[in-house]
Design a protein around this ligand. Structure first.
Ligand code: SAH
Length: 244
């Protein structure tokens, strides 16, 4: 599952034996990558879109694992645009029944869970794939001038907590509030924790790999479409083709 059409197109371009199906309003692409059967689909944006799409993949295609790629806002100061974040656990930052249901902020009602972990095995293989990518194709994939113009050095890979909510975070105030409530938080986006909850309910191994596209603050000044097309989508493809 990918959250950006540019990434999705590049992933689909790597497949062989391609066929397409329309499911609801979604176009699903089936094919083979490294001799494995894969199903590729746009996640949509937000938790509902990500949850319905994940459920569709499980129920209709009986997938054995789910890999999600997209971009995210970096929360900690040490994160730079272009860095790669592999989600090890996921929280819904807009889930709050504290006070009313008497449970903790961020806790998912009836599941008694606040953070949902991703697959350990996929964490390890994703990190390996990302490292291999950065040590090889990365240098030739993305033009040096392109990286420079967006102020990107060689990306660093991080593993840790990702928070999702139905909100594009782009204010210093909200950023600081989230950081205070979740001191370990690395990145913020809109789908990962929804995928995590569905995967949890179905005991499905999953991983979320995000490229930092902005700093979730007032001056997320980058040229978004250009960043995705010229940089993030290359990273994704480089990682995915090694991971699968
Ligand atoms: N500006 C982009 C919009 C992408 S926003 C464009 O015009 O193409 C939606 C996607 O970005 C979602 O998949 C979400 O998960 C991710 N995302 C990136 N930075 C984010 C942030 N700071 N807050 C929330 N979601 C973010």
């Amino acid at each position: 599952m990918a959250a950006m059409h540019e990434e999705l197109n590049r992933i689909v371009a790597m497949l062989s034996d391609v066929s397409e199906e329309k499911v609801g309003h979604k176009l699903v692409t089936l094919g083979k990558l490294n001799n494995k059967n894969v199903v590729v689909v746009f996640s949509g944006w937000g938790k509902v879109a990500a949850a319905t799409t994940s459920t569709m993949l499980i129920e209709r295609y009986a997938i054995s694992q789910l890999i999600f790629t997209g971009v995210a806002g970096g929360i900690q100061d040490f994160l730079n645009i272009g860095d790669i974040v592999i989600g090890t656990s996921f929280v819904q930052h807009d889930m709050d029944c504290a006070g009313v249901l008497g449970i903790k902020r961020f806790e998912i009602p009836l599941l008694s869970l606040t953070e949902i972990p991703s697959s350990k095995t996929l964490q390890i293989s994703s990190e390996q794939a990302a490292n291999e990518y950065l040590d090889s194709d990365f240098a030739s994939d993305v033009a040096y001038e392109e990286l420079q113009s967006l102020n990107i050095a060689k990306p660093t890979i991080y593993k840790g907590l990702i928070a999702s909510g139905d909100q594009f975070i782009s204010s210093e105030e909200k950023l600081q509030e989230l950081k205070k409530a979740l001191p370990e938080l690395l990145a913020v986006e809109m789908e990962g924790a929804a995928v995590a909850q569905v995967a949890h309910e179905y005991d499905l191994p999953f991983i979320v790999i995000r490229i930092i596209s902005d700093k979730a603050n007032d001056d997320s000044l980058i040229d978004f479409p250009r960043f995705i097309e010229e940089i993030a989508s290359h990273f994704t493809v480089g990682i995915i083709k090694r991971l699968i």
